[in-house]
Design a protein around this ligand. Structure first.
Ligand code: SF4
Length: 375
């Protein structure tokens, strides 16, 4: 095992390979407060990448309702239960990672889902926590809650899939950090399916190899954001490149959201993989649940999000979500506008921080028409 630094844990940890960071790291920020679980992202991914035989139960992107939705069934509660108590109390995670907890002779603590666990892609949809008895009416604060969690492969800095593979079929691209499975080397041992705690590699029963989210790498190479991002009708996602905290750039919207405003949190950072998708946590969910899912700093993230309108840089970054198809490498806020630029500094898009409002007369004399103001 090599010693590597995991900034999400605030400490060094053991990993089966030397830690080599890519030149740029694929990243994504998702705002859970805006997701409506329309599954447009899921359909866009499915029709682009996995419409073939053997891929029927394969969802590289899925959206599940939390706390009771999962795909595959119980993916997170099963591995959390195996890992045991996790000490997530401070800036440095003191508990065990999945690499620390590996059984003798194995590289990571994992489990292989049953085939039946893939039978119901949207199980638990819209089930809420808390009792909803007949005749209940809303009182505040109310403890009936749920939210939507969209998920892709995290293109982890320390991928468990890569560490688990005895065939060395999985590699992390040095240019952009995207994690891929070499289909010519894979023999379908499913070690990656077992090892990835997020259960994002899938076994193809037709080709008898494992497959996973490819980060839409042809689009990335052409400067475009992923399919799940550009098709999202809620504009909840921004895909780009994320730096380490010490190299964070104030003009990179992902860096600003995650490292400077600190409102984006990784999913289950205690697993130790340094996942590179970040979530703006749901603001209405009890903190105890969110601590386990997004680690320490979650209350600070929610407080920062609630005050986004007071921070023009943050507001500008959030308003650039879904504003264009291209990857925004740089951005600035000036004169009431947020502007996004590509890698060479060419302007891609500009959006106003405040939408112009036109209030129309209820009765238009000229056309003798009655009109309402609904937006
Ligand atoms: S989320 Fe899973 S499949 Fe994706 S890079 Fe991390 S360990 Fe590998």
């Amino acid at each position: 095992m090599a010693k590597v630094y995991n900034w999400q844990l605030g400490r060094e940890m053991e990993y089966p390979h030397e830690g080599v960071r890519p030149a740029k790291q694929f990243g994504m920020v998702l705002d859970t407060n805006k997701c409506i679980s329309c599954q447009t992202c899921t359909v866009a991914c499915k029709t682009t990448w996995t419409p073939g035989r053997g891929q029927e139960t394969m969802f590289w992107n899925n959206v599940e309702s939390k706390p009771y939705g999962y795909y595959p069934l119980g993916w997170d509660v099963k591995i959390l239960d195996k890992l045991g108590v996790q000490d997530a109390g401070g800036a440095v995670y003191q508990g065990k990672t999945l690499f620390d907890a590996a059984p003798d002779g194995e590289r990571i603590l994992g489990y292989l889902p049953e085939d039946a666990d893939y039978a119901h892609p949207n199980i638990g949809e819209d089930d809420s926590a808390g009792l909803m008895t007949q005749g209940i009416h809303l009182t505040l604060p109310h403890m009936q809650w749920m939210y939507y969690l969209p998920r892709i492969c995290n293109h982890c800095t320390y991928p468990a899939c890569l560490a688990s593979c005895s065939r060395n079929s999985i590699y992390k691209r040095p240019e952009d950090g995207i994690v891929l499975i070499d289909q010519t080397r894979c023999r379908g041992y499913r070690e990656c399916v077992k090892g990835c705690p997020y259960k994002k590699p899938f076994f193809n029963s037709n080709t008898r190899t494992s497959e996973k989210c490819v980060g839409c790498y042809p689009a990335i190479e052409g400067g475009r954001q992923t399919q799940c991002t550009i098709t999202c009708i809620g504009k909840i996602r921004m895909q780009g490149f994320i730096s380490t905290p010490e190299q964070a750039r104030e003009d990179n919207p992902l860096d600003y959201i995650v490292h400077i405003a600190k409102i984006g949190r990784p999913l289950y950072p205690q697993f130790g993989l340094e996942p590179n998708t970040y979530y703006i946590p749901p603001i209405h969910v009890p903190p105890a649940y969110l601590y386990q899912m997004f680690g320490f700093g979650v209350e600070q993230a929610i407080a920062g999000y609630r005050k986004a309108k007071d921070d023009p840089k943050l507001l500008g970054a959030l308003l650039l979500f879904g504003a264009c198809k291209e990857i925004i490498h740089h951005y600035k806020v000036d004169g009431g506008l947020a502007m996004g630029f590509d890698e060479k500094g060419t302007e891609l898009v500009r959006v106003p921080l405040v939408e112009p409002i036109h209030v129309r007369a209820a009765h238009d004399e000229k056309f003798q028409a009655f009109r309402t103001n609904i937006t």
